[in-house]
Design a protein around this ligand. Structure first.
Ligand SMILES: *Cc1c(COP(=O)(O)O)cnc(C)c1O
Length: 226
């Protein structure tokens, strides 16, 4: 199934009514599919492998906003630091510090989302509520003496349990929304939470109903991945 303009327009219309931003997840999809989506007006693409992202980025229009949505290994941050638009999956203190370090080397402040663990599965990455509070206290409190000058936290990201059970999805998304709301009143020079990235092809309507303002959609736009 190639990228279909009509499918994109319908989805975009649906998202416009709720002011939700679409990230077109192009992982595993060829350059041609991305160019087709680009020609339809898509500018925000999501990838989850560093090598694949770097390869694609180098040959595609420079006005594309590249979102890194996967699990990012610290030793690979340097490859995407110069151009990445938003890193969705900051899931450890070590990664946060490495992004800041790479940002400082090239003099670029890097926008990030902190990934929260909301799913039942053990395998999903992310912070829990206590870890988030501790992290905010340590690095983003105005009186903190550790300054991450090359980080800008723009909000939170989360992935729900892989299930069709809408009750579970509802509760996980609304839980993340409640955490998001609780940190929103708190801002500092490098902490400005306004983005809540949650929802994929299978669960985005429930995510939006529960406060998401950024959805990451792949298969619904580009077709199933192998
Ligand atoms: C692959 C992926 C998506 C998109 O998944 P679809 O089900 O194809 O919409 C969204 N978020 C993350 C983190 C992903 O890895």
């Amino acid at each position: 199934m190639p990228f279909l303009k009509e499918r994109y327009f319908n989805l975009q219309q649906e998202l416009n009514s709720s002011q939700t931003q679409l990230i077109a997840v192009s992982k595993t999809k060829p350059i041609e599919d991305i160019l087709e989506a680009y020609a339809s007006g898509v500018r925000d693409f999501g990838e989850n492998y560093v090598q694949e992202l770097v390869d694609k980025q180098s040959g595609l229009p420079s006005d594309i906003h590249w979102h890194f949505i996967g699990h990012l290994q610290t030793n690979k941050v340097k490859y995407i630091a110069p151009f990445v638009f938003l890193i969705h999956g900051v899931d450890s203190e070590k990664l946060l510090l490495e992004i800041n370090k790479q940002g400082s080397k090239i003099g670029r402040k890097i926008d990030c989302l902190l990934q929260m663990h909301i799913a039942k599965e053990e395998t999903k990455f992310g912070f829990n509520e206590e870890e988030l509070s501790a992290l905010i206290d340590k690095y983003f409190n105005p009186i903190s003496n550790i300054k991450l000058d090359f980080i800008n936290i723009k909000g939170l990201m989360g992935m729900a349990t892989f299930t069709e059970d809408t009750t579970i999805l509802e509760s996980e998304f609304s839980y993340l929304n409640s955490i998001f709301k609780s940190i929103q009143s708190f801002t500092s020079s490098n902490f400005n939470p306004s983005i809540l990235s949650m929802g994929m092809s299978s669960d985005y309507p429930i995510a939006i109903k529960n406060g998401s303002n950024m959805v990451r959609i792949g298969s619904l736009l580009f077709g199933k991945r192998n």
